[in-house]
Design a protein around this ligand. Sequence first.
Ligand SMILES: CCc1ccc([C@H](C)CC(=O)N[C@@H]2O[C@H](CO)[C@@H](O)[C@H](O)[C@H]2O)cc1
Length: 818
Amino acid sequence: GTTAIAAQDNRSADGIRLAFLRHMRRTIGKPVEFSNTLDQYRAMAHLVRDRVMDDWITTVESYVQHNVRVVCYLSAEFLLGPHLLNAMLNLGITDSAEKACDELHYSLTQLADEEPEPGLGNGGLGRLAACYMDSMTTLEVPAVGYGLRYEFGIFRQEIRDGWQVEHSDKWLEYGNPWEIPASEATQHVSFGGHTETTKDEKTGELIWKWVPAFTVKGVAYDTPIPGYRNKQVNRLRLWKAEAEDSFDLEIFNRGDYMGAVRDKMESETISKVLYPPDETEQGKRLRLMQQYFFTSCSLQDMVRLHKLQKLPIEKFADKWSVQLNDTHPSIGIAELMRILTDEEEIGWDEAWTITQATFGYTNHTLLPEALEKWPLPIFASLLPRHIEIIYEINRRFLKDMQAKFPGDTARWARMSLIGEDGEKQVRMANLAVVGSKMVNGVAKLHSELLKEDTLKDFYEAFPNRFTNVTNGVTPRRWLMLADPPLTALLNEVLGTAWHTDLYALRGLEDYVDDAGFLDKWRKRQEESKGRLGDFIKRSMDVSLNPASMFDVQVKRIHEYKRQHLNALHILGLYCRIKSGELKDLPPRTFLFGGKAAPSYTYAKLMIKLVCTVGELVGKDPQTKDLLRVLFVPDYSVSLGQRIYPAADLSEQISTAGKEASGTGCMKFMMNGAVAIGTLDGANIEIREEVGEENFFLFGLTAPQIAEKQKAGYRPRDFYEKSPLLREVMDGLRDGRFSNGDRDTFAPLVRDLLEVDRYFVMADFDDYARAQSEAGKIFCDSKKWSRMSLLNTARSGKFSSDRSIREYCQNIWKINLDR
Ligand SMILES: CCc1ccc([C@H](C)CC(=O)N[C@@H]2O[C@H](CO)[C@@H](O)[C@H](O)[C@H]2O)cc1
């Protein structure tokens, strides 16, 4: 049986070629000579999926057999990126597939480019979830990722005349070969209605009954997540919302055709589209429905599997360790209490003990506007039973806090799950902390600031509940897949241990003074820059100067990430070249990429500013060969894979204390880019690992920022003090850089001179100093290559394998060395 099937799935070039031809006929339904590139991609996708299936089944069988403890990663976002080449890498069949394609006269990379990217996330949080799925499976952690199967992912970005234009992301247009519907897992989720309380005549206890207004069906779609060369395959279970009854014949026969499908339309909107605002909560009803829908489906699924294995519900927390990826799934705490008390009829205290022991909460942002607080009316109307449960959790919690901090009414009010100042709100971060066994930040500084500031009251109440797990990224996608030439060079001198133990890259340090190796190292960098140059030429018809320094800033557009500081610095260079003060600037190519939330006008203006600067310096005969500024549209995982290996300088210039961690910074480091940045988020730990001499530091520190904020910050003072900054800001105000247009950037100039929440004015001069230092050292290619090599060599800590090991040890209590 399985051996025969396994035989068919052989991984030789021949086996793959035959399987390809078979899928072209059997699955795609075309003779190969009539197939187009999309057909060829899909045939290839299906044969790779075949080769994952057996491992998937044996993995589940071993989990059930050994009754293992399972990690459930609940996330509203999974920014997976394209599957095909990643699955081939992890299965170890890339070479055979390439040979098979050669024999079929196709280019594998061309086929792979046909894959629509599953953009089920906004940025850092969503991509981290994807990296963690790869590492959990590679480390053989029994895990399930639970999320939403958005029909439309993150919008496609077009830049038209310097302005962002959004287009819907129809990623499922031609189906998705990487998912399998799991009909046995279908769930039902209730919404709205009211609750009824009856007395149990025997025990006299109160019994709560939720009478919902409507229910929605949750259909599970499973995507296999293969580990790296270990025959382990974990599952990503994404939920699609469907109407209980997708067509009401009765209404139809009454001639109300639209009415007949109204339910269907309404229910399906729940998983229709990903919410694009990053770091700004919107308090939208549909967003709460999305969060409750996937969280309830997921917890009901765990209870179903728990019972299938005939395990006592009281032992739920021994079996399942549920990690909340920010507060987006934190309604899960009230939902598990509902299931345990209302459906499983467990007493409150025991249910609460199980609930707290089940959940862990990871916070990903300090920005007050990103902390979710649901207006009570929306919450109570959608989830009438959950608000009762949250009131009861709050009543008992505040009683404990009143005992612990007698008379401290202000603290009780700050810690309450219900905000009473102004309109009543449900504070999801407070609920997440109170209902979890462990709370962690995503970088050392961030976790400290959580304890000292955002969650100070809770840290003082539960000091042992707080820890840190610094983020990481998977070296499989972000090094091996992104840069095969670098991978080959590393394998040549280090062997392959680093693939699953990134600290082994330390071995590279032996070559830091090896001129021959440094030569190869530089050549590899030029190759990657050449590859990106070809792509930019093909996609934007713009040619890049490979000898120039590739200075790159790619991430979501946000004021705290300060893409505008980068643009103002370039205008400073422009002014200095125009004034003749700056003569021998080594040529620079400034690459920008990133999406702005559609309703975030200031961020869109920042994109316009970058594009305007690009126009200006690109046209001016005095600067066009020295400065090139490019905004590369539609930044995504696959575009990131092209950009990170080609970068020389990594821009990590956020206002200190604002970037929780950052993960792009880690991808740049692994690929040998040198960072210029502030002491913020993971930059601090990168600088610790690589050595301060291999990091271009600038800017105010978080305590200095806090100090200035308290003392009263006057951005105009810095404008007054800095001649260059004044020239740049005046130029911007007067339309000097925008063909006389004084209006477009007026709001930005006004904000920066009057408010400047993110200290752009204060950090400008020091940033310019660090930039010119970087420029000088880049001219010393031996020195630069040493710095570049040491960044890769010392990037071991920033593998998501290290992060997952820490989660297993400190939070999930899963022992890995079995
Ligand atoms: C409610 C709207 C909303 C949506 C997403 C978010 C995310 C938390 C934003 C996010 O992606 N944060 C980023 O998470 C990364 C992974 O930990 C960090 O590396 C980044 O520093 C952080 O900005 C907040 C608020």
